[in-house]
Ligand binder design. Structure first.
Ligand SMILES: [Zn+2]
Length: 151
């Protein structure tokens, strides 16, 4: 495999990693994975296309939303970078063999499974007087994880 092919494979990996982030964020919340475009969970502003470049945008924005300054988890560029690296490594290993495609699919699946884990352990804290709201949020699937009531 040539260097331009490996670079292209890495870029595809980063794009797949970015999609894995969308899946890991939206599926537990039962949101569409197609629409609307990605928004900042802090201020709700639609993320501009030039702020949505895998890994690069996170680095340029120093891990913060351009509009409200809310911190963006390092998890996102990490998932993108790991997927890109796996694609390049698999490209080096398999070259143009047909076995490359199932290997790439397996890599994306494993990254997606790993990326979903932290969301499954998210914990939301509710004051005791908002116990009903916590139960309603859990039932509505607004998050997957645990609700902790604080006295
Ligand atoms: Zn924001």
């Amino acid at each position: 495999m040539t260097v331009p092919e490996l670079v292209l494979l890495g870029l595809c990996g980063a794009a797949f990693g970015s999609f894995v982030n969308v899946l890991a964020y939206r599926l537990p919340r039962r949101e569409s994975i197609v629409k609307p475009r990605s928004r900042c969970p802090g201020c709700g502003t639609t993320i501009r296309s030039y702020d949505n470049i895998p890994v690069v945008s996170w680095l340029l924005l120093r891990g913060r939303c351009r509009d409200c300054g809310m911190r963006i988890s390092i998890r996102y560029p990490l998932v993108e970078a790991v997927t890109a690296a796996l694609f390049v490594v698999l490209g080096l290993k398999f070259g143009r063999e047909a076995a490359l495609w199932p290997a790439l699919a397996l890599a994306v699946t494993l990254v997606a499974a790993a990326a979903a884990l932290p969301i499954r352990t998210e914990v939301h804290r509710y004051p005791l007087e908002r116990a009903g709201e916590a139960l309603a949020d859990l039932r509505a699937g607004r998050f997957s994880g645990a609700a902790v009531l604080i006295p």
